[in-house]
Design a binder for this molecule. Structure first.
Ligand code: MN
Ligand code: MN
Length: 301
């Protein structure tokens, strides 16, 4: 249990570190980053969002919103969800609305549209939309993985259901489940070699995400995001090396950084995260993440 907690906390804190580090260079091209920073490797804030040093963005705060809804509903709502009741999804929808009304520092267009739709129509999913292949549903799924650990069917249903509140596209679904499953493997103690074999097998079943040879695209299109994350995760065993390489690819760097940080953080555990980055995160975020990690693991039983 102690080892699982360390890995789960490593994933959630690694996620926030990747968000805070990557946000400085979000939407920049790799060459622009090189000119401005050489290699970008410190959490300094700034970027197009003019962040404070150590501030996280929508990736982390929206994940915390999902986590809080899961914790609020507790075991009872999770069990009802498994039995086909939608009360839990409604409270997740309300948590996203509350998050949105709190004027987050950023909100993706597809997330905004889905949250507005839920607010005004009360529907839990939009129709299939060819424009919904962004990474916004994938990016916030970590709490759903933790809350359903050890329960395969609930993991799949909850991940897809929370995703469809804002994103309804088969590539978003495949990415959310794929990266979620890889996180489960790493929380279960998968080695770097096992991680590489898992990724190779998964892309052979989901060829849209093939990342060898790596095309060097790191946009918010979920295919580009997943390719970037898998490329650097399988290339580098070390958390810091993998994360620095990822965010210096630019573009949607806070989100690729967050997802890489999540997977690499699960691989190494919270105890092995670079201290100088951990200390830069704001104390309230670290506290929320730590509380949610215990709570969500307890929920999973
Ligand atoms: Mn963001
Ligand atoms: Mn982003």
């Amino acid at each position: 249990m102690h080892e699982l907690f360390d890995k789960a906390l490593g994933a959630y804190l690694g996620f926030a570190i990747g968000d805070a580090l990557g946000a400085t260079v979000e939407f920049m091209r790799p060459r622009e980053i090189e000119v401005q920073y050489g290699v970008h490797r410190e959490i300094i804030g700034g970027g197009w969002l003019k962040l404070a040093r150590g501030q996280v963005t929508d990736d982390t705060t929206m994940s915390l919103a999902l986590g809080s809804a899961l914790l609020q509903g507790g075991q009872r709502d999770l069990q009802r969800f498994a039995d086909g009741d939608d009360a839990l999804l409604r409270s997740i929808g309300r948590a996203y609305v509350l998050w949105f009304k709190g004027k987050p520092v950023d909100c993706g267009n597809t997330c905004r549209r889905g949250i507005m739709r839920f607010m005004h129509e009360g529907t839990l999913a939009g129709a299939y939309n060819p424009g919904d292949a962004g990474n916004g549903a994938l990016m916030r799924n970590l709490p759903a993985v933790l809350a359903t650990l050890g329960r395969d069917a609930d993991f799949i249903r909850l991940s897809i259901a929370q995703a469809h509140l804002t994103h309804h596209h088969p590539l978003s679904d495949a990415a959310t489940l794929g990266i979620g499953e890889l996180l489960r493997q790493l929380l279960g103690g998968a080695s770097q070699g096992e991680c590489q074999s898992w990724a190779a097998q998964w892309v052979s079943e989901n060829p849209a995400f093939r990342f060898v040879p790596y095309r060097g695209r790191a946009t918010a299109y979920v295919v580009d995001t997943v390719q970037t994350v898998l490329h650097y995760l399988t290339l580098h065993d070390d958390f810091e090396t993998a994360l620095v390489a990822t965010v210096n690819q630019g573009d949607d760097a806070d989100t690729t950084g967050a997802l890489l940080g999540m997977l690499a953080g699960a691989r190494c555990g919270a105890g092995a995260l670079p201290q100088r980055w951990l200390h830069r995160l704001h104390a309230d975020i670290v506290r929320s993440i730590t509380d949610q990690t215990s709570g969500l693991l307890a929920l999973s039983g």
